[in-house]
Design a protein around this ligand. Structure first.
Ligand code: ATR
Length: 295
């Protein structure tokens, strides 16, 4: 019987997940389809109920539903511990007729740092630009890697403060439990070009977790002159052949990666949860690059 998978978001036309998972399913010869589901926020609860009843085997969840799905699942208590701690669900797995929520974005960030950039964040100073859901997953993933400090900068300053406080609380919680992410000093800063340049001079890793760069003609999030050679740049935005930020960073001699590996790794971890098999990473990445090139 054909198993049905998909992604729930709004809007959803831009998503590369159907292409990526479709290619992975074909490569492994599994009998399954992966469909995009455009679900407006007001219909989320009903849509999830309907998809559960229709026997859908697994889902990805994207903007703007990651937090809302967590809230809905919390009532039934079917949420993985890491997804509960990060406060967002991006993957649903059908178990005994009900969905269980997971977060594979966090592992996507960790694998990008480990396998793509090959950087050890321990003892390093990190600057995250952005304070939305993506920034939170990055911040959470970084906490466990024992950086020296995390700075959060955002256009809307209040949101930067909120995220920095959230990370600070999480990091203390870990201290209380004697676990890895011991009290990482976290601070928020206003998003001004001059302040960003000053902060970058002391940073080892810069993460762009804003949507800047998604659209043709978007300004760079920073002045290229502020990028130094020791800086590692991780852009969560993806474009073909790469983003303007990554191109600028490479021109400055910095190690830089765009959002493609993160997209592929989080998708691979979802695949692993659904199929309990090794995901075909190369196939997934090629499918994403091809689709990006055709845009
Ligand atoms: P996601 O879940 O992908 O993080 P989001 O929650 O909508 O999406 O967050 C988008 C991020 O990009 C926010 O940090 C946003 O800044 P605001 O909090 O001020 O809205 C940031 N962003 C979007 N457009 C931007 C722009 N033109 N300049 C600077 N930051 C921008």
């Amino acid at each position: 019987m054909t198993r049905i998978f998909g992604i729930v978001g709004y809007p959803i036309d831009h998503s590369l997940s159907p292409v990526m998972h479709g290619a992975a399913f074909r490569a492994l010869g599994v009998e399954a389809i992966y469909a995009p589901f455009a679900v407006p926020p007001r219909d989320l609860r009903r849509a999830l109920t309907a998809l559960t009843r229709c026997g859908v085997a697994g889902l990805n969840v994207t903007v703007p539903h990651k937090e809302a799905v967590l809230r809905l699942l919390r009532r039934s208590g079917r949420v993985d511990a890491e997804a509960a701690r990060v406060g967002a669900v991006n993957t649903l797995v059908r178990r005994s007729g009900r969905f269980v929520g997971y977060n594979t974005d966090v592992e996507g960030v960790r694998r990008t740092l480990r396998e793509e950039l090959r950087v050890n964040v321990s003892g390093k100073t990190v600057l995250i630009l952005g304070a939305g859901g993506a920034a939170r997953a990055v911040g959470w993933a970084l906490l466990g890697l024992r950086p020296k400090a995390i700075w959060v900068m955002n256009r809307t300053y209040e949101k930067a403060i909120r995220l920095a406080r959230w990370l600070d609380r999480r990091s203390r919680l870990w201290v209380a439990h004697g676990a890895a992410g011991y009290g990482v000093p976290t601070a928020s800063r206003r998003y001004r070009r001059s302040e960003l340049a000053a902060a970058l001079a002391h940073a080892d890793l810069f993460v762009n977790a804003t949507s800047l760069g998604l659209r043709e003609g978007d300004p760079l999030p920073l002045a290229p002159g502020a990028i130094h050679k020791r800086l590692v740049v991780m852009d969560l935005v993806y474009r073909a052949p790469t983003t303007a930020l990554v191109a600028a960073a490479r021109r400055r001699g910095a190690l830089a990666v765009d959002g493609v590996p993160m997209l592929v790794y989080q998708g691979a971890e979802s695949f692993r949860l659904w199929w309990r098999r090794e995901p075909p990473l190369d196939v997934m990445r090629r499918a994403v690059m091809r689709a990006l090139g055709n845009r």
